[in-house]
Design a protein around this ligand. Structure first.
Ligand code: C2E
Ligand code: CA
Ligand code: CA
Ligand code: CA
Length: 279
């Protein structure tokens, strides 16, 4: 038995050892992948239903592991967060995303934006605003071509530290989006304090919208509130045409999900956009 550092005792089991050594291995490999810059960034279109147009993309990191195949971000993001490696990983994702959107926009009439997920640790980094400013200049990007997604639980836990950073980011003209909206346990009052531009309705509300009247009520209430607060609202995880119709009725104009396209590598993005816009 061994103390876990708090006031309790835990017994190691063989399963825990396997788990712990797998984590250690993963951490070593994570460092190597950062060194080699071998993470990929894939993109999922966000569609404006009224305009029938792809207006932006969410950047989602992918780790193509030599032995394990594709490792899910759900598995390595928490580890990267815990070990602090997320700051470097976050920089690599931001750089790739900015480079890609700059190239991509040269092939489009109207410039789109790329929405990049930020971890709690990145939102404690006081250098983040200057870093972002430099990144925009380097790629000659308009600030509105970059959006940052943050979760409400992140914000509630570290509002004091993050709020000044978020205000400086806003001053750069970069939009902020609240991810997984509705799943946190926070009060709505923070919406007043924060320089937020959009809300992303969590997939858990969209999933059963065709069968659960409560979910319809929640989605339309969030949309109505967003409209009054002058915020955009994006529904995530839209998979079926029936869901799409209900979201339209709820005045939710921006949607993202497998129905239009899964996340795709950069090389496949133009093709995905053309297909969506010609439907
Ligand atoms: P998220 O930000 O909520 O991203 C949406 C997730 O839903 C993505 O999973 C996406 O592939 C998936 N998805 C999109 N459309 C559908 C759909 O129609 N149905 C279903 N069932 N799923 C859909 P993914 O790519 O595995 O990412 C998981 C999470 O990992 C993300 O959740 C985000 O929290 C985190 N993540 C991904 N990339 C990054 C990154 O670059 N930085 C940070 N900090 N976190 C990231
Ligand atoms: Ca997200
Ligand atoms: Ca989300
Ligand atoms: Ca989610």
């Amino acid at each position: 038995a061994k103390s876990d550092g708090r006031n309790t005792w835990q017994f190691y089991t063989p399963e825990m050892n396997v788990h712990a050594s797998r984590l250690l291995e993963l951490e070593t490999e994570l460092r190597e992948a950062l060194q080699d810059r071998s993470f990929e960034v894939w993109y999922q279109p966000q569609v404006d239903l009224q305009q029938k147009r792809v207006v932006g993309f969410e950047a989602l990191v992918r780790w193509r592991h030599a032995q394990r195949g594709m490792v899910s971000p759900a598995e390595f993001i928490p580890l990267a967060e815990e070990t602090g490696l997320i700051v470097e990983l976050g920089h690599q994702v931001l750089e790739q995303a900015c480079r890609d959107i700059a190239v991509f926009n040269t092939s489009r009439n109207q410039p789109g934006y790329v929405a990049v997920n930020l971890s709690p640790r990145q939102l404690k980094d006081e250098q983040l605003p200057d870093y972002l400013d430099a990144l925009l200049s380097q790629h000659q990007l308009l600030p509105r071509c970059l959006e940052l997604e943050i979760t409400e639980s992140t914000l509630m836990d570290q509002m004091d530290q993050s709020l000044p950073i978020l205000h400086r980011i806003e001053q750069l003209g970069i939009a902020l989006s609240i991810d997984d909206f509705g799943t946190g346990y926070s009060s709505l009052s923070y919406l007043k304090q924060l320089p937020v531009h959009s809300l992303k309705i969590d997939r858990s509300f969209v999933q059963d919208v065709t069968t659960d009247r409560d979910d319809v009520a929640i989605v339309s209430a969030i949309s109505a509130m967003a409209a009054k607060l002058n915020l955009d609202v994006v529904a995530e995880g839209v998979e079926q045409v029936e869901q799409l119709q209900i979201l339209r009725d709820c005045n939710c104009n921006l949607v993202q999900g497998y129905y239009f396209s899964p996340p795709v590598p950069f090389e496949k993005l133009l093709e995905a956009c053309n297909r969506i816009e010609s439907e």
